[in-house]
Design a protein around this ligand. Structure first.
Ligand code: NDP
Length: 307
């Protein structure tokens, strides 16, 4: 006879907004004993029929289990919810979106109170949570020991990716990906604005845009290789001088279509700045060399981008 009984780790969740509720449902469905608390009590009470224990306050919720997951609006709401509450011996997993600095400060704050801490960045929307094949995952960083202890429970709502013991690194990965996403949104928005009023249906441009962005996806790996090797000229097939010259076409077309260039101009300006700084040295480069200008004087320098 085999013993198929597996104990599911109990946990507490503070914050049952849209994301917290989606997370809670996956733990309940997977059989994890779950205690929930939410500032607006009705949102936590809505999970009781699905098996959640509803705590009367955050202190009661935190006291219930060792593993305490936070999914609140922002870092300030963590301070508001946990002020004065005993965290000794707790394992705190912070799924609340924040900056790297907030993650580091919150980790020190938790450790001073006798808790272990990991910060996290959720790369998903609530409808992707617990949905197999949705691509949802969560970045974690901070206490490796905590992560290893609770990994099985953390993997229930979404794939877990540990990105190091610096508690700021989960947020940094999260924000890096979101920043790239908004750059892509900006370019796509500009493209649709250009065709508006020209009798070209957005739906006709859409597959062409998707295909083109996919084809240009090579830039991600290419930029990483060049930033690591600091070789901005080897194997270049679209040199900076040519790209700066043709950027004028983009700007004149925008002007001709009555479209503000504000979403694409900063990147074009950066390429021009790189070229004009030393045309002889930079004309034959890839555009990746322009990224070296992003770390401005006065901003803290850190390894990762060459100077
Ligand atoms: P909601 O606005 O739905 O929920 C916010 C939660 O924070 C609620 O539980 C709210 O309580 C609580 N809250 C706000 N202020 C305070 C406070 N001062 N004290 C105590 N509790 C407070 O947001 P989501 O659930 O969507 O987001 C939660 C976290 O998940 C955020 O950090 C968000 O950035 C992150 N996230 C969300 C994604 C999404 O697509 N929704 C995607 C990736 C990350 P109350 O109900 O009382 O207002």
């Amino acid at each position: 006879m085999t013993d198929t009984h597996v104990t599911k780790r109990p946990l507490t969740l503070l914050g049952t907004g849209d994301m917290g509720t989606a997370l809670a449902r996956t733990w309940l469905a997977a059989g994890h004993p779950l205690t929930v608390w939410n500032r607006t009590a009705a949102k936590a009470a809505a999970l009781a029929p699905e098996g959640a224990a509803v705590a009367a306050g955050p202190a009661e919720a935190v006291a219930a289990h060792t593993l305490v997951v936070l999914c609140l609006l922002d870092d300030a709401s963590i301070g508001a919810a946990l002020e004065g509450i005993d965290l000794t011996g707790k394992d705190i997993v912070n799924l609340t979106t924040g900056t790297p600095a907030e993650g580091r400060t919150r980790a020190a704050w938790a450790e001073e109170r006798g808790a272990r801490f990991v910060d996290a960045g959720i790369m998903a929307t609530p409808d992707m949570i617990g949905a197999p094949g949705s691509g949802a995952y969560v970045f974690y960083s901070g206490s490796r020991a905590l992560f290893d202890t609770h990994r099985a429970a953390l993997e229930v709502p979404a794939v877990a990716r540990f990105v190091g013991e610096d508690p700021g690194h989960a947020a940094l990965h999260d924000v890096a990906l979101l920043s790239a996403m908004y750059g892509m949104f900006a370019g796509v928005s500009h493209a649709y604005a250009l065709i508006e009023g020209e009798g070209i249906a957005p739906g006709d441009l859409a597959p062409l845009l998707s295909e083109w962005l996919g084809a240009m996806g090579f830039f991600v790996g290419n930029a990483a290789e060049r930033l690591s090797s600091r070789d901005f000229t080897g194997g270049v097939v679209s040199n900076l001088a040519m790209q700066v010259a043709s950027s004028g076409t983009l700007l004149r077309t925008a002007a001709g279509q009555g479209v503000s260039p504000e979403l694409i101009k900063p990147y074009l300006d950066l390429m021009r700045e790189r070229l004009e700084a030393d045309p002889a040295a930079h004309a034959g480069e890839d555009t990746v060399g322009a990224l070296t200008l992003l770390r401005r004087q006065g901003l803290p320098a850190k390894a990762g981008l060459p100077g």
